[in-house]
Design a protein around this ligand. Sequence first.
Ligand code: SF4
Length: 261
Amino acid sequence: MTDAERRAALDAIGAEVAVCTRCRLSQTRTKAVPGEGTEATEVVFVGEGPGFNEDRQGRPFVGQAGTLLTELLGSVGWTRDEVFITNVVKCRPPENRDPEPDEIAACAPFLTRQLAALDPALVVTLGRFSMARFNPGARIGQVHGTYRAADPESGAPGALTYAMYHPAAALHQGSLKATLFRDMEGVPTALLDARKMRAERPDEAPPSEPAASEPTVAEPAPAVADASAPMAKPTEPAAAIPGQPDGQNAESDQTDQLGLF
Ligand code: SF4
């Protein structure tokens, strides 16, 4: 799929989300929040649902937690423009309650289609509802800062998934801020491992050389071999840029963001 085709697919999904009435959240939202970012990325960040400001602006992660997410990205040399950011549910639950299972199920096809268009190498889950989609049965207190092959049913069968707390959690519990930054250090390494895993897939054509303008990628860390591999703890952080390997690229007071832990 070309970048233009990815963009067209994402725009079409966004247009559907904007007028969606598949679940009760459509009755109380101000604006649906499909997500935003570049189509030419290897990395997708998935939060849980829009908060107060997101609902008004129609954009993900635009409040305090969004500022923290931007800082987290910056801590590894990335920007929002280099990734794609979205949520499990695209409309704000009233009073920022947790999304209900039927609401998550109703909205799931949109995320599935976004993932199909983006074909990310790495999905970074922010909070437990997002984690549950890609790493069902896990407990975030045990798996944050680690990665593994994404559940094929998640919509990203060729990706690794990296679990993090939701940035808004650090707004409620200050000690988690250091944890978030520590966990973020492992994300570039996870991306390198994801690239290696995808390059080793028998049905995957080897990626073309990076564009001359792209930063050099550091030596990859040991790869996660397959979906049955145990949870891998990131090793040394490595510089990487989250662009597609074919060289085409590269939530408000979020204190009320959903599913913080
Ligand atoms: Fe549609 Fe998802 Fe919004 Fe529910 S949360 S109305 S399924 S876009």
